[in-house]
Design a protein around this ligand. Sequence first.
Ligand code: ZN
Length: 284
Amino acid sequence: MSSNNPDNKLIITAAITGSRNMRDLSPHIPYTPEEIVASCLECWRAGVSIVHIHVRDPQTGLGSQELELFRRVVEPLREQTDLVLCLTTSGIAGRNLPYADRLAPLNLQPELASFDAGSINLGGGVFSNPPDFLDQAAEAMLQKGVKPEIEVFDSGMIVTALRMRDQGRLADPLHFQFVLGTPWGAPAEPKTLLHLLDMLPGDATWSIIGIGKNHLPMSVMAMAMQGHIRVGLEDNIYYSRGVLAESNAQFVERIAALAREYGRPVASPDEARAILGLAKQKNN
Ligand code: ZN
């Protein structure tokens, strides 16, 4: 158990909407900035300390990197909550937008931003994160004081992150988000997680996303292994087999209840900041 988390608190992150799952799959996916904010507020009340934010074109529901749309989510959340905000830099995975568009949300000075540490097949295309993009993203985050949330779809992405750390492009302590169980990446199995954890520096923190039906098994693994947990409609639209989740908060409530039963107190946003070594947002 790490020294900055002596009570073994559990950080719950909610990934509210992503950019891939559309309403033909689930009518409950938030599209407009107002819907995204409302879902974040529900999750906050249910025990989330971090929200992972994408925005969408309100008319079409397609993923967007429009700074103004991000602003319409970020500003109300800063006014009304103490949530830690993690803004996406993946943009629309598989559509591979210009680097500047992907990095635009950093201008809103979030405490965390996603950092996808390599390229991988995803959803019939390639989620492209070539070395020059990673260098640019890391440099922008270092300059702006935004902590990268290093998303890992396979073990080579940890190798990449550690090399960039050794080059001075990423700063310790590193924070990892494992994305397990995509049809193209590392499988969501206990032995995969053990292997990935073996590769992490001792002072790193980590959280896990089990895609789709892997959500609950991987969450339980993280609960038992001092990791943290991400839930939400970006990663999984079903609450249980064949039953759609009606909201992001429903997932949060279940993990918070499991944590209570298990005996891991859920971290408040400020406790999450302490665990992850974040400085609170200036304009919060
Ligand atoms: Zn995302």
